[in-house]
Design a protein around this ligand. Structure first.
Ligand SMILES: [Zn+2]
Length: 586
């Protein structure tokens, strides 16, 4: 393996001068080998690496390299590429004067057995993104290891929430956290909404009853998996090439575990916060909080109340045309789930002509919902978000105009980006469940349609008006029943906590400003915001994380998190709790 780039002043490539990477291998005819773990020998500035997309052949050119050359050696056993011809999670270890940073990049090797015109031959190595490394010098290896271990255990406890009241069994994770956290000075309480649906609260009492309280809230449940789509055991909690794998690794057992490690470390070292420091390990976030945060807010608010709350999810570095920025969730969309009941008149299925068939009416209602175009809701958060997009100035201007935002989004190249941007700017309507009819030869007189409606900020009390606009005269043919109603919520970005997070995140990502982001799903933060608390979705992720690839791991296949991110996040909670009250008093 060779890596080279233009010689810079100090003898090594500089940030603006892309490095070239080539892997040379003698390939057999049926399988390819790629080195699995590569050690980088040589001193190199930590900020050096901007790696270009490299799509050329993998053989090294014969001509002498005109530039500085670094030799790397393969350290571990080679690995045969899977039958699909693709291997991922290629690990490079990077050593520099006692400072070791690991980063993983996604390496894809195209592989075709034949040499037909459209096949890759010789095999082509793509480097989609190798980001520079994060500075981990301010983090503590022991704390990081504790987070890794606790995260693995939380994953293995498999607290899968299907939405059924008897699923989740968060008692396993709750008890694990209780055992982990209990000790001198820590008050622990547990709350069983239903058998098995346990939440727990640990508290370090503040020295000043009038000082603001701070809650670190992590949910203990995870969503189900489709095991066929996974390359590893979704509940194995395996540590592979610097990443912890498993359901919940990013949503959000990574935060739940790192918060517990920070809390315990502070408690064991005699830390006395000025206001109460609360750790809240909560059940049932993934099904709306009915047996978790919602129930706790209604029945045990005293146990969990806090002036400031940190929970999922933010702290993701993203590359923008104006440089790196870090997202922090300041708000989320509302839920306005509705069940629409469509009525008809029963009759014999052998004579359908002119019948009042509820299924046919429901079909038209669903079609209209699919075509409905609500007005755009463009917030200040949206302006920040548009500024981060790598799109031309005309496109960006069109995205900021309520009249053109829908059409502009529909013309974007990336369907995933379009979906997300649309959700950020509109109240959305997705008819997701339909029940109706009783028998093949009976014309149905009733159909129920469950519509997942997500309200944009400022739109939460207009759900039924939207349905009227969408359905026209058919609106009068349906009964509407709310299934779930929670308004969109938002916390100000001008708070001591916001400013503190802005400062602390600089340690990992120097110079990167925080930008407020809107979560298009729902988190437990909304229960706090509705009570007047300031709640942000935080965390801190490393350079190893590629933001778009990363987002697909939420509720997706192959969910995993890198250890660097766990190190940064654990340290973030420690720093937040250690500095928060001083910041408030300043
Ligand atoms: Zn979550």
């Amino acid at each position: 393996v060779l890596i080279w780039g233009p010689r810079a002043k100090n003898g090594f490539p500089s940030q603006n001068q892309p490095l070239q990477v080539q892997i040379r291998r003698d390939f057999g005819s049926s399988a390819f080998l790629v080195p699995n773990d590569i050690v980088f020998r040589g001193q190199t500035p930590a900020t050096v690496l901007t790696w270009p997309m490299h799509t050329g052949p993998t053989t090294v050119k014969a001509e002498p390299l005109p530039t500085h050359r670094l030799l790397i050696e393969s350290r571990r056993q080679d690995r045969t590429i899977s039958r699909a011809g693709i291997t991922r999670a290629h690990c490079l270890t990077y050593e520099e004067s006692g400072f070791v940073t690991k980063f993983v990049q996604s390496l894809t090797v195209g592989h075709r057995k034949d040499r037909s015109a459209n096949s890759y031959w010789p095999p082509t190595v793509f480097f989609p993104s190798i980001a520079p490394m994060s500075d981990l010098s301010h983090t503590d290896k022991n704390r990081t290891n504790e987070t890794v271990e606790l995260l693995q255990q939380l994953i293995r406890n498999k607290c899968v929430n299907t939405g059924e009241s008897d699923s989740g069994e968060e008692i396993r994770n709750s008890d694990l956290l209780e055992t982990f956290l209990e000790g001198p000075g820590v008050e622990v309480e547990r709350f069983d909404c239903l058998p098995g649906r346990r939440s727990m609260v640990a508290r370090l009492e503040g020295t000043n009853p009038s000082a603001p309280s701070l809650c670190l809230m992590g949910h203990t449940d995870v969503v189900p998996v489709s095991p066929d789509g996974w390359s590893r055991d979704p509940f194995g909690g395996e540590l592979v090439e610097g990443e912890v794998w498993g359901r919940g690794a990013v949503d959000m057992l990574n935060l739940t575990s790192s918060m517990a490690v920070a809390f315990r470390h502070l408690a064991r070292n005699g830390f006395r916060p000025e206001g109460d420091l609360v750790y809240f390990g909560v059940a049932d976030e993934e099904a709306g909080g009915t047996y978790g945060a919602k129930w706790m807010a209604e029945h045990h608010w005293d146990a969990i109340s806090a002036d400031y709350v940190l929970t999922e999810f933010g702290g993701l570095p993203i590359d923008t045309p104006d440089g790196k920025k870090i997202t922090l969730a300041a708000g989320e969309k509302g839920l306005g789930w509705r069940r629409l009941t469509v009525k008809g008149t029963p009759g014999h299925g052998s004579m359908p002509f002119g019948s009042d068939n509820a299924v046919l009416k429901a079909a038209e209602i669903i079609r209209r919902l699919g075509e409905y175009r609500p007005d755009a809701k463009l917030t200040e958060m949206w302006q920040h978000q548009v500024s981060t997009l790598d799109l031309g100035p005309d496109v960006k201007a069109a995205l900021l105009d309520p009249a053109s935002v829908w059409d502009t989004i529909s013309k974007l190249d990336s369907p995933a980006l379009a979906r997300h941007l649309h959700a950020c700017t509109h109240t959305t309507f997705s008819p997701n469940v339909i029940h109706g009819g009783v028998k093949t030869n009976v014309i149905p007189d009733s159909v129920e349609i469950d519509v997942d409606i997500r309200t944009a900020p400022g739109d939460s009390d207009r759900v039924d008006q939207h349905l009227r606009d969408a359905l026209g005269e058919l609106f009068d043919e349906i009964e509407i029943r709310p299934i779930h109603d929670d308004p969109a919520t938002f916390s100000s970005t001008d708070t001591p906590m916001w400013h503190l997070l802005q400062e602390l995140m600089q340690k990992a990502h120097p110079g990167a400003p925080l930008i407020p982001s809107l979560i298009v799903g729902a988190t437990d933060a909304r229960f706090y915001r509705e009570k007047g608390s300031v709640a942000y979705g935080a965390g801190l992720f490393s350079e190893r994380v590629n933001s778009s690839d990363f987002m697909s791991r939420f509720h997706g296949h192959d969910e995993r998190v890198d250890i660097d991110s766990l190190a940064l996040t654990t340290q973030l909670w420690l720093d937040v709790a250690s500095n928060f009250w001083e910041k408030v008093n300043r």
